[in-house]
Design a protein around this ligand. Sequence first.
Ligand SMILES: [Zn+2]
Length: 251
Amino acid sequence: MKFTAKQAERYSRQIILKKIGVVGQKKLLKSSVLIVGAGGLGSPIAIYLAAIGIGKIGIIDKDKVETSNLTRQIIFSTDDIQKYKSTASIKKLKKINPDINLLSFNKKLTFQNINNVAKKFDLIVDGSDNFRTRFLINDYCFKNKKILVSGAISKFEGQVYTFNFHNGKSPCLRCFIPTMPEEPDVDNCENEGILGTLGGIIGSIQANEVIKEILQIGESLCGYILIIDGLKCSFRKVKLNKRSDCFCNEK
Ligand SMILES: [Zn+2]
């Protein structure tokens, strides 16, 4: 693969970085990432991953844009209201970077379709807003030895965790939350509220971790949970070990 003149110019500020270079940028352009949820987290994740040149990006979301989404779902404009989130976000990403391959899935990720949807991608980023989807993605990534970069936001706080299931050493979401919590039918943001900027903080960190995992640079967040308090502006990295009774620990 050879860069076109336009690509060389577009990605020049990354190519100049010693840890990325031509080889790293080509690796990003050859990689594929599925973003689950085009919401408060999915918006900055998608914008950054498209801008930095991930070669293939898929977005899955069943919902349509609502007025109350616009405080944090920055990929959408007011005239996107009532449009499908995945379609509207892909349209925006095409404008940001016409150089990449974009796929939209206007549906809910389920146990029945996850194999078919996710098999086309190397890495999964979880920006979903419910535990059922989080556990579904965790179990799929563990079984299929894929890297999962997950994030969660509520009120003024957020968390980021990376599970790299390539080597069998990573803990999983069930090590952190052994049983799926009961949830009300309404989504978390509607229930508890969320400050718009938290999606930007957590989603940008998720995008950053995705790039690190693809390029194998820096220190992986795998084995830790990053806990961020937006009001205190505190960032804490807490060690997450495998639970001895978790399925990810069975030989
Ligand atoms: Zn586990």
